[in-house]
Design a protein around this ligand. Sequence first.
Ligand code: HEM
Length: 164
Amino acid sequence: MSLEIAIIAWIHLISASIWVGGSIFIGIVFVPVLKTMTTSMEERLQIMIKVGKRFNKIAVPSLIILIITGVYNSHQFLSKPELLLSSSYGNFLIIKIILVIALIIVFTVHIRIIRKDIEEKILSKEMPENQIQKLRKKIIILGEATVVISIAILFMAALLDTGI
Ligand code: HEM
């Protein structure tokens, strides 16, 4: 039924908007504003952790829904390995899936850096400045990688859409 396909595509799009739009908002709007609000790096990191945790409450379910609806969208294709390899649509789908796997790995490392014990150390101001600096650099690089991979996934979605 085509209405069912449209609804699944709609849910896929809403989740993609939340996931990609939210990450870009944090990087382009929130982080620069936060920089003007306090010069203390420790305080900024604390606020960022809180914002990240709050965003994850909607971002993680969105990513899970993207995977479920994405697999549903493509299940007929995925069950035909010869089509996956011989058509450009299939090739784009394979690249998209590889990028999604890379995204999951990078995102998991990104959020696991801020384990409970590390978060408590930062919040109780027990962490030395140089350690905070290092941690911050890692978090920023992995956060940027998450956004870049997500945008690359959108390009694969656009290529799938054109049916080249
Ligand atoms: C971060 C994860 C993902 C993002 C941001 C994303 C984003 C998008 C967007 C924006 C579209 C275009 C909407 C449309 O034309 O229907 C789309 C379509 C699609 N996505 Fe995803 N997607 C993700 C994950 C997945 C996964 C894991 C799969 C499959 C295993 C998948 C399979 C598809 C398929 C088959 C389409 C329809 C393309 C077409 O034939 O028009 N997506 N995706």
